[in-house]
Design a protein around this ligand. Sequence first.
Ligand SMILES: [Zn+2]
Length: 330
Amino acid sequence: MSFKLQVGEMQTEYLTDKDIWSHFNYIFSSKSKNSTTYKFVLIKSLLENLYNVDGNLQLSYSTLFNSFAKIYWNLVVHHRLNQINMVNKKSEVQKVLLDIQEKYQIPSTIVFDRLSPEVQLEVVLKVKRKCKINVMGALYGDTQATFYDFDNKIEQLRFSPSYYSFMQRFQRVLQYLTNYQLALFLEKFNTQGDTTNLLVRIENVSKRSSLDQFYRVLSSFYNGTCFYCGKSIKRKEAAHVDHFIPWSFVQADQLWNLVIACSPCNLSKSDKLASGLYLENLIERNDLFIQNEIGIKEDMEVYTPEKLQDLYKFSIDNGFTDIWVPKSII
Ligand SMILES: [Zn+2]
C-alpha cells in the first residue's frame, strides 16, 4: 500500500481492543517506517482533536492541521529540533517552517500562539498542503486501512467507531506512549541540539503561552464572579481562565471547556476534576453561549452537552479520580 495514497476507505468497521493494540504496537515498533516524526505528531494531533469531531466522527483537516502545524512550529522553530533520521537533511515540514521563519525574521523565542493570526494561518496552510500527501496515507497504511477514512481533496477524515472509542478509553496511555516515542526519536537524531528535559518539553509542546484570547470572549458573558465558589472577582488579574476538564487530559483549549475562576480556586483545583454539580452548571452556561451566539464559531459548532458528559466520564476512566470542590462556596 502506497503511503502517498490520497483517498482511503475504511476496510473494517469493527475491531476489538486487541486488534487496535496490535496496530499501535506495530506503529511504535521498528517494523513501521519512521524516517521522520510525522506519524507520532499525527497521532498526537488526532488525540488533541478527539472532541472536535462532528456527529459522524468526521474531523476537518483545518482543525487537525492546526494542531499538527502548532506542534511542529514549537518543535522545529522554538526548540530547534531536527525531525528526520538523517544528518544534514531536513524533513519537508522543517523546510516549510524555517522558510516562513526566515521570510518574516521571526525569533526562535516566539511560540506558535504568539504569531499573528495571519502568520498562523499561513503556517497551517503551508504545512497542511505539504504534509497531508505523506502523513495521512502512512498511518492509514500502518493500521491496514482501519483507523479512518480520509480524502485529501475535500480535506476531511472520519474515525472508525472502534478506534474512536478505543482512543477515548485509553487517551492518557496513548498520550504517554506517543510522547515517549517522539522523545526517543528526537533524542536519537538530535545529537547536536539541546535535548535537555526533552520529555517535559514534548508534554508541554501544545500548551498556550496565554489564554487571554479566551478571557476576552468569556468576560463578555460574565457577571464578575468565580465559576466555582461564586465569590466576586474584583481585578482582571485575579480572574483565571480555567480548563474545566484538566488541560493535562484534553491538551486542547475549546471554549466550551473554559471558565473564569478566582485565583484560589484555580490554584487548588489544579489538574483535578470538579464535582458533577459543576458539570451541570457548565452545560447550562454553554447552552446560554449557543443561544446568545457567543464564542468562537468552530468551537461551538461541534459542541454538544453529550460530548462534555463523555469527556467528563472518560477523564475519570483515564485516572482523574480526585474530585475537587471549592473550599467555601457563596
Ligand atoms: Zn473561586
